[in-house]
Ligand binder design. Structure first.
Ligand SMILES: [Zn+2]
Length: 699
């Protein structure tokens, strides 16, 4: 790997804005394919899908009353002289898949727009019908903020970047520092679904029937993820201050107070706000680039690596720091292939398109190849962002990767120039950088978990829909806790109580989908000169892939999985008790006991087989290893949102980023639905027994 080359490629990706479906998006697909071919990847193809995307035509947000408070929002990020791309053309601030409409109503402040925030408004008797809701970014996926507002009859939603979450007192804003300026705001999708909205569950190829736009707004045709029908817009704190300042009504609770120097009130009114959005909903062609290195001995077993390429604007950090790393992995594989090496299993390099809209490219790929992935996929290794900052290594993933990660991270040196940390332990290897902010098990060893692996990136379709073991790797800054917050499934207020630096984390996460996510930004606030962290991430990504592709026995292990799941049951019991909900978890505990025994037996079989070369014995054991994740799928899909099949990691219906751990049960608990929770306990137990059946030795 070569950090300098990674930096040059990153510059190519981030020099022009490249939203999905745009001409520049296709230029970069071709560039990616050329680079993979030049690196020596033997098979490279561009895979096209025709999908529904949406682009903004008109946007308006204004305070229309009371008299004297009238204000029209700017809704534009100011150009910054030192950042050359900030003055280049880019799509304006908008929400992907926003509804069309022109709504005027009394304004209501809804904190972070989490389910608990809306429940609080419900308990205060605040009727949202016809209201304009304003809530702040942070904590959860923005689409859930809009969904809950629409479900309560709101006419429009504004999601703004609050100074509390987006700045650090006394520290400079961009470009002097990484914090948000008074024009910074966050683009993003507000739809809860995955893939093309017009082909739910099916690939968007020419033979596939499309549902109508009308049906896309209907939960029964969209598997419970209808397109939002109300308009919504993102907004900077510079604009939002004019909306919130004059709100009346009750004083908002203390943890709803943000960073403006006035007391936040809930409303409704006397501020009346107008939000008008016209979107061009249109069919666009998107382009996945797929590079394949065929396996020598087991070509029918697939190790997949993926990163998305599309960005709302310039995307230097999200996603093209990852794209630059993907090309470094391609170069590494090409070098090895040139020496005559071939992997045992097939390695697939995927550059996805239209991730920002709804993980569209990867979801369509998974829906196209679903049956093949069921039988052939070993693992999916995602890198959405390779570096938001340094030096903390933040891997997330299903627990079967934990031991592999413990084995290989000590083998890789920390990037040269890695900044010293406050932590007492020296950081010589990537293991040390992982330990800076790792969750630890009872023995003090770091663990991976998938609780932030909802559908916030392209691992979603692989894990949630096809049951492929998935992980996601990135570097972040020490004050950032970026992953813990940006993809947090937790209600933001509780996360804030837990973390001292949540504001820093929210700031970084919120800066990224802005035009300031630029080559200048990553050069100054992301990586070090020469991009050693992107290079280091490529090494780790490549080595993980090689172990999975070349080890005769697939190096996934199942000691941590039952431990983690048992812990989640304890959390659910506590949550139910806190909510005064009676919940009997004994059937799930019994099922998990069987799951633990089956995993232990599989581990014993793995140890006993040692270094056998008996191909049939290896294939039998590898089949059992591959069956664990698939075994946890409810193939018919979760009731009412059938695209989601994984009973453990299904994305929370209250947060598109989070998967919590037994989310269906926990969601019902959070909604106060005792019988629903009990139903999901029984359903989950039954699926866990199915997993046990697939893991168990045949005789
Ligand atoms: Zn991304």
């Amino acid at each position: 790997v070569d950090g300098a080359r990674a930096g040059r490629n990153l510059w190519v990706y981030a020099n022009e804005s490249h939203i999905a479906g745009s001409p520049q998006d296709f230029v970069l697909a071709q560039f990616t394919a050329e680079q993979m071919r030049a690196a020596g990847i033997p098979q490279v193809e561009i895979q096209n899908f025709s999908v529904l995307l949406s682009y903004p035509l008109t946007r308006l947000a204004a305070v229309v009353a009371p008299a004297g408070a009238e204000y029209t929002a700017v809704l534009e990020e100011a150009a910054v002289a030192v950042d050359p791309t900030s003055s280049k053309p880019a799509p304006p601030l908008f929400h992907g898949y926003s509804g069309n409409g022109d709504a005027t109503g009394d304004l209501v402040y809804a904190n972070y727009g989490a389910i608990e925030d809306y429940q609080y408004l419900d308990s205060m008797g605040v009727n949202l019908t016809g209201k304009v809701v304003i809530c702040r970014y942070g904590g959860i996926y923005r689409g859930n903020k809009v969904f809950q507002a629409e479900a309560r009859g709101a006419a429009a939603v504004i999601i703004y970047s609050d100074p509390y979450d987006m700045t650090e007192p006394g520290e400079p804003v961009y470009p002097a520092g990484p914090w948000a300026t008074n024009t910074t705001a966050q683009r993003g999708s507000v739809w809860l679904g995955n893939g093309d909205p017009l082909t739910p569950g099916l690939p968007s190829i020419s033979s596939t029937p499309r549902i109508t736009m009308q049906q896309a707004y209907d939960p029964s045709f969209s598997y419970g993820t209808p397109l939002p029908s109300i308009p919504s817009l993102p907004m900077s704190y510079g604009d939002a201050q004019h909306f919130i300042e004059a709100l009346g009504g009750p004083v908002a609770p203390s943890d709803w107070q943000g960073g403006f120097n006035f007391t936040y009130r809930i409303g409704p009114g006397p501020v009346r706000a107008r939000v008008a959005v016209t979107m061009n909903y249109t069919n666009a062609t998107i382009h996945n680039v797929i590079g394949t290195v065929p396996g020598a001995l087991e070509p029918d077993r697939l190790v997949l690596l993926g990163n998305h390429r599309d960005a709302w604007a310039f995307g230097a950090v999200d996603p093209n720091s990852g794209t630059a790393a993907l090309l470094e992995v391609a170069h590494g594989l090409g070098r090895a292939l040139a020496t005559g090496w071939q992997p045992r299993r097939t390695i697939v390099l995927c550059s996805w398109d239209a991730e920002e809209y709804a993980t569209v490219g990867s979801a369509e790929y998974v829906e196209l190849r679903e049956k093949t992935l069921f039988s052939q996929a070993v693992a999916y290794l995602n890198v959405d962002i390779s570096v938001t900052g340094c030096p903390v290594l933040d891997p997330g993933g299903v627990p079967s990767f934990t031991q592999l990660f413990r084995q290989i991270t000590p083998l890789l040196a920390a990037p040269p120039g890695c900044p010293a940390s406050n932590a007492s332990a020296p950081q010589r290897t990537l293991y040390d950088l992982w330990m800076l902010d790792a969750e630890l098990d009872a023995s003090g060893a770091p663990v991976l978990d998938a609780s932030d692996m909802g559908t916030g990136s392209d691992y979603g379709a692989f894990l949630q829909h096809a049951g492929v073991p998935a992980m996601d790797i990135r570097f972040e800054s020490e004050d950032g806790h970026y992953e813990a917050v940006y993809h947090s499934s937790e209600f933001a207020a509780s996360a804030r109580a837990r973390s001292l630096s949540i504001s820093a984390a929210l700031t970084l996460s919120s800066l990224l989908p802005a035009v300031y996510d630029s080559y200048y930004y990553i050069s100054h606030f992301g990586d070090l000169p020469g991009f050693p962290f992107i290079a280091s991430l490529a090494q780790l990504w490549g080595l993980t892939a090689l172990r999975l592709a070349d080890s005769p026995l697939i190096p996934l292990h199942f000691t941590e999985y039952p431990q983690l799941l048992t812990g989640y049951v304890t959390s659910i019991a506590a949550a139910a008790q806190a909510a005064n909900l009676t919940l009997n978890l004994s059937s799930l505990n019994d099922a998990l006991s069987s799951f633990s025994a089956a995993c232990a037996e599989l581990e014993t079989a793995i140890q006993q087989v040692g270094s056998t070369s008996d191909p049939l014995l290896l294939r039998r054991l590898n089949d059992r290893i591959m069956s664990v994740e698939r075994g946890l799928l409810f193939l018919q899909g979760l009731p009412g949102r059938e695209w989601y099949r994984h009973v453990v990691w299904a994305t929370s219906q209250f947060d598109g980023y989070g998967s919590v751990g037994f989310s269906p049960i926990l969601d019902a608990v959070r909604a106060g639905d005792a019988s629903g929770a009990q139903y999901y306990v029984a359903l989950t137990a039954t699926i866990v027994y199915q997993a046990v059946d697939t893991i168990a030795a045949p005789f």
